[in-house]
Write a protein that binds this ligand. Structure first.
Ligand SMILES: Cc1ncc(COP(=O)(O)OP(=O)(O)O)c(N)n1
Ligand SMILES: Cc1nc(C(=O)O)sc1CCOP(=O)(O)O
Ligand SMILES: [Mg+2]
Length: 286
């Protein structure tokens, strides 16, 4: 979760002529590193089908998947977690169902709600809507002043959300956000990948301007290409990288710079900047 910087939420009404998977794959290839399935209208069965299809896609790229509103769908689809709103199920009930390892995110609209979410054991929070947005019509914007309050006080990761696009992302990052989340600006664009690349480059520029301690962490980070997608990682070995993708204890094989890397060697295979890795994960069953 800590390494996730650009969270993209589905919004199929914004792309009536393109498929869900095509749009979300483009976003992932552009640098979306956390994906949420949000569909307020789909009946339960359809939602589960979409969650399973997105699970397959996101797993291929090592991107965590969150399901909005429905912890039981998150569990059934083997998603990485659930996102709850202030009016949805309480965190404790979702934790009971999902266990300690899956992620629970919660929307917050004030610093008091953000503090309460942290105390209740949320893994991350949404901070918004920063700007007015047609995706959540009628919600009062919290402005970048709530972003600044959260940056000063909240220790769990937070994603600024609501009306964010490449034209205003720098302002949100300057207020203290390290992570951004968007629906319409990404999935409503004919080229979701291009929008994600722009947003990521704004995030990276803001990181470069940040504190020396952060710079030291970045020094340790390497850029590697995993299944065709450029990723930043602090993993020292192929096994550590596989763990980031949830593959350390899965039936998987890897190719490292074009050479097959047997799983037994993963703990001893050091990663370098520029390495190219392909993971193939076999799913059991008939
Ligand atoms: C990352 C993120 N932040 C906020 C929301 C909004 O959740 P909620 O307030 O429950 O509203 P709905 O999305 O359910 O309409 C979110 N989904 N994701
Ligand atoms: C789903 C959602 N939740 C918000 C919150 O503030 O909790 S804002 C929002 C909509 C985000 O969509 P867009 O990027 O199109 O503005
Ligand atoms: Mg909700």
């Amino acid at each position: 979760m800590d390494r996730c910087k650009l969270y993209v939420i589905t919004g199929e009404t914004y792309h009536p002529n393109r498929g869900l998977l095509e749009v979300m794959e483009s976003a992932i290839l552009g640098g979306a590193d956390l994906v949420q399935l949000r569909d307020k209208d789909a009946p339960a069965r359809e939602l589960l089908e979409k969650a399973r299809a997105l699970r397959e896609l996101t797993r291929r790229y090592g991107v965590p998947l969150i399901v909005n509103d429905h912890p039981e769908v998150a569990l059934a689809a083997d998603a990485d977690g659930v996102h709850l709103g202030q009016e949805d199920a309480p965190i404790a009930a979702a934790r009971e169902l999902l266990g300690p390892d899956r992620l629970i995110g919660i929307s917050t609209h004030s610093i008091e709600q953000a503090r309460a979410a942290e105390r209740a054991g949320a893994d991350y929070i949404g901070v918004g809507p920063v700007f007015p947005t047609a995706t959540k019509p009628g919600r009062t914007a919290v402005t970048t002043s709530f972003v600044a309050e959260a940056a000063a006080e909240i220790r769990i990761p937070f994603f600024a959300i609501g009306g964010i696009h490449p034209g205003n992302a720098a302002e949100v990052l300057a207020a203290g956000a390290k992570r951004l989340c968007a629906v319409s600006a990404v999935v409503g664009n004919p080229d979701p990948g291009a929008v994600c690349r722009e947003m990521r480059s704004l995030i990276e520029r803001s990181e470069r301007a940040a504190s020396p301690e952060d710079a030291a962490v970045r020094e340790r980070a390497k850029e590697v290409t995993v299944n065709g997608v450029l990723r930043t990682t602090e993993a020292g070995t192929l096994l550590e990288l596989a763990a980031e993708f949830g593959l350390a204890d899965k039936n998987a094989v890897a190719e490292h710079n074009g050479e097959v890397a047997r799983k037994a060697y993963w703990p001893f295979l050091p990663l370098k900047d520029g390495d190219r890795i392909e993971f193939v994960h076999f799913v059991g069953g008939g």
